[in-house]
Design a protein around this ligand. Structure first.
Ligand code: PGA
Length: 254
């Protein structure tokens, strides 16, 4: 049985005042028995403060991107070692907002993932097709090529989680059908099983417009081991509901 993972990706949102929301979330999680791992990825400015303040909570903290080098003349960038030093256990890599807006290639993501593992972080490697690719019947081909080119050597089910995030579902309120999510996750599971020893054990999470209202069926799709949540992770109330419902699916829907 693969333990489920619920990830909150705050993107470029959150000021010092947001600590209040994390306090509410942490207090609520203390009162309940959760079956999932929960990872919060705030902007880098909040990472050290949050990870220190909530070090004994049920929350783990992660980064949203990293550089492939450990240090050097890269103004504005953050290394995996720095994230680790700030209390991160994991980093999101290859998010479509970075692949598309910053022209990040799969080979650059592969180097970043290798850097994350070098620094002792786990990585969440995102893959996803655009609407155009889906409409042209190229979704599987796109995912296959992103998987092949983005996963570094030495990756395994303990240090990598794969997030399937159809680009057209991110921040739009649109979601694929349960059949499409399950079909793609099953395809990714089969691909990783053939490619890696124990590849069937990789955690595969779904992301794109996950909300309290749709998480039960999205997380209940075949081979979905958790969710990556953007907009709905910022309010403690919504994120808590997603965490709880994602855990319930585990027992009742599978
Ligand atoms: P969303 O974002 O939940 O706001 O669609 C998901 C993501 O970007 O990972």
């Amino acid at each position: 049985m693969i333990k489920r993972l619920v990830v909150g990706n705050w993107k470029m949102n959150g000021l010092g005042s947001t600590f209040v929301e994390v306090s509410k979330l942490s207090d609520a999680l203390d009162q309940i028995d959760i079956k999932n791992d929960v990872l919060l990825c705030p902007p880098a400015t909040l990472l050290a403060g949050l990870s220190q303040k909530f070090s004994s909570s049920k929350l783990a903290f992660g980064g949203q991107d990293c550089h492939s080098q450990a240090s050097g003349p890269y103004t504005g960038d953050i290394s995996a070692e720095m994230l680790r030093d700030a209390g991160a256990t994991c980093v999101i890599l290859g998010h479509s907002e970075r692949r598309i807006r910053y022209n990040e290639s799969s080979s650059a993501i592969k180097k970043k993932a290798a850097a994350a593992h070098r620094a002792g972080l786990n990585s969440i490697i995102c893959v996803g097709e655009t609407l155009d690719e889906r409409q042209k019947g190229l979704a599987i081909k796109t995912i296959d090529s992103q998987l092949t080119a983005s996963l570094p050597s030495g990756c395994n089910a303990n240090n990598v989680t794969v997030a399937y995030e159809p680009v057209w579902a991110i921040g739009t309120g649109l979601t694929p059908s349960v059949h499409d999510v399950g079909g793609m996750h099953t395809h990714i599971r089969d691909t990783l099983s053939k490619k890696f020893k124990n590849g069937e054990k990789f955690r595969l999470i779904y992301g794109g417009s996950v909300k309290p209202e749709n998480v039960s069926w999205l997380a209940g799709a075949d081979n979905v081991d958790g969710v990556l949540v953007g907009g709905a992770s910022i309010r403690a109330k919504d994120f808590l509901e997603i965490i709880v419902k994602c855990g319930v699916v585990h027992d009742d829907f599978r």
